[in-house]
Design a protein around this ligand. Structure first.
Ligand SMILES: NC(=O)c1ccc[n+]([C@@H]2O[C@H](COP(=O)([O-])OP(=O)(O)OC[C@H]3O[C@@H](n4cnc5c(N)ncnc54)[C@H](O)[C@@H]3O)[C@@H](O)[C@H]2O)c1
Length: 454
């Protein structure tokens, strides 16, 4: 965005690690804090600000956004943006900034810690020893080696947990509604396969209409074995009553819950009136249940990392002329040259023999160094003549462009009325989306993941 930080006024409505304030100040932004005013009071003055930094104090809904006439960005110092009406904000051209990179390691570590604690009965054993009991046999543990861990939702948090599981000699499966999200640490499978094979289920999905009450009695009973459940995602994805029943029947062997169905989005006290539901009362007394107050992402390290990620992302939005010019360029190179061929195998052989192209299943990868000195690649690929990959285009060729920031570009293309084909997809080598030009040529847009190419 080509506006100087000096002209940007930011309202911080939650306190964060000081690094955020300091760095924004050093970059020239004007910071103001209001940690106590009510939502209505903030609404009354929000028109005077260009940016808002929030954690979880209140929801940013349509009514709020209508009053925020000059808002250019909303930065949430946390992983998810569920407390914000994202569609409406995007319609208004407001940048949405979150920082899952800042707490994913913490969540991965806590999920692992909870699992090991459950497997080894550590909380129960600790309590018993303090009470003077020395019960070794009753506290015999389980090992992770040889077990199958099923992760649902393979984004920032799911991937971080899978990374932590390396070295345990467990099989890690993931299920995600997006295709192609797997990496070296988990194999993507259908939900049915995950339910067939998993010994452990760990949830890492956002709270959406589909994941609301996702883990209910039917869902639990669809697992072929008794399972351990870990939920560090969102409390409302698990029906506590059904969980309590499954714990009683033995279908769930143990549960570790960092998030609860009853918690408020603003993380206030759970039950103000003392009216504790019977099923939660059961969890409170169950020995194979481990509870924590939504702290998986809440470490000393993540406190600072979250603030740093947000500072970097806000600064990137206003990073001035050179970046703006770069942003204008949007496409950073040709990512692929794809064409239909009558006989791809024979053609590849011909190119190999006469032009020395080293081809694999897909074709040939050309490596080059981009203008920032980073390794980049372009793929040359003949496709079978009857490929559906070029659809809806009927042309012989398809282009692939490397881009800087696919999400931002897509947002802009949508606003400009460009035809977008299907939904974006993520793979371990980058994010992809497809558009067509006015002549019906299909263009694949590719934001490579650097690490995959280093
Ligand atoms: N306990 C904590 O302190 C803490 C901290 C950070 C994040 N979280 C929570 O962790 C969850 C994941 O966060 P993230 O940053 O990894 O999100 P993400 O967007 O990076 O990843 C979520 C993944 O879930 C997938 N998904 C969405 N709906 C699905 C469905 N119905 N079935 C299967 N997969 C589905 C998405 O395609 C995506 O790949 C969120 O609920 C977030 O709020 C909790």
């Amino acid at each position: 965005m080509n506006i100087q930080p000096e002209n940007i006024k930011i309202l911080h409505i939650d306190s964060n690690h000081p690094v955020l304030w300091q760095q924004l100040e050093e970059a020239g932004f004007t910071n103001e804090a209001d940690y106590t005013a009510s939502k209505e009071q903030i609404e009354a003055k929000i028109a005077g600000y260009n940016g808002i930094v929030i954690r979880s104090r209140f929801d940013i809904d349509r009514a709020f956004l209508d009053k925020a006439e000059n808002l250019q960005f909303i930065a949430r110092v946390g992983a998810g943006l569920e407390s914000i009406d994202c569609n409406y904000a995007m319609q208004k051209g407001i940048h949405l900034i979150a920082a899952p990179e800042g707490n994913r390691n913490a969540v991965g570590e806590q999920a692992l810690g909870m699992l090991l604690s459950l497997f080894n009965n550590l909380n129960r054993a600790d309590r018993q020893v303090r009470e003077g009991h020395w019960n070794r046999e009753a506290n015999r543990g389980h090992e992770l080696e040889g077990k199958t861990v099923g992760i649902i939702g393979y984004g920032n948090m799911g991937k971080s947990f899978a990374k932590k599981l390396r070295g345990f000699d467990a099989e890690v499966l993931c299920y995600d509604i997006k295709p192609g999200v797997a990496d070296a640490n988990a194999r993507q499978v259908t939900l049915e396969e995950l339910q067939q094979r998993a010994d452990v289920l760990s949830l890492h999905t956002p709270w959406t209409p589909e994941t609301n009450k996702m883990v209910d009695a039917d869902f639990i009973n669809a697992f072929s074995k008794p399972i351990w459940l870990i939920n560090t995602a969102r409390g409302k994805s698990v029906v506590t009553k059904d969980l309590a029943e499954a714990l009683q029947s033995g279908k769930i062997l143990g549960a570790a819950l960092d998030v609860l169905e009853y918690e408020k989005s603003s993380f206030e006290h759970l039950f103000t009136d003392g009216d504790i539901p019977a099923e939660f009362q059961y969890l409170l007394t169950a020995e194979n249940v481990l509870l924590s107050p939504h702290i998986a992402g809440w470490t000393f390290e993540s406190h600072k990392k979250l603030a740093q990620v947000i500072a970097d992302k806000i600064k990137a939005v206003y990073s001035g002329e050179p970046k703006a010019a770069e942003q204008e360029k949007k496409v950073t190179g040709i990512g692929g040259f794809f064409f239909k061929s009558e006989n791809p195998a024979a053609l590849k052989e011909w190119y190999n023999k006469h032009l020395g192209l080293n081809t694999d299943n897909y074709g040939c990868t050309f490596w080059w160094i981009d203008e920032n000195g980073k390794k980049a690649s372009t793929q040359w690929s003949p496709f079978a003549a009857d490929t559906k990959y070029f659809e809806p285009s009927q042309k012989q060729y398809m282009q692939n462009f490397r881009v800087h920031n696919l999400d931002a570009l897509l947002e802009k293309l949508k606003q400009e009325g460009v035809t977008i084909v299907g939904e974006p997809e993520s793979y371990d080598y980058g994010k992809f989306a497809w558009i067509t030009d006015p002549e019906g040529n299909k263009i694949e847009l590719w934001e490579p993941i650097d690490e995959a190419f280093l």
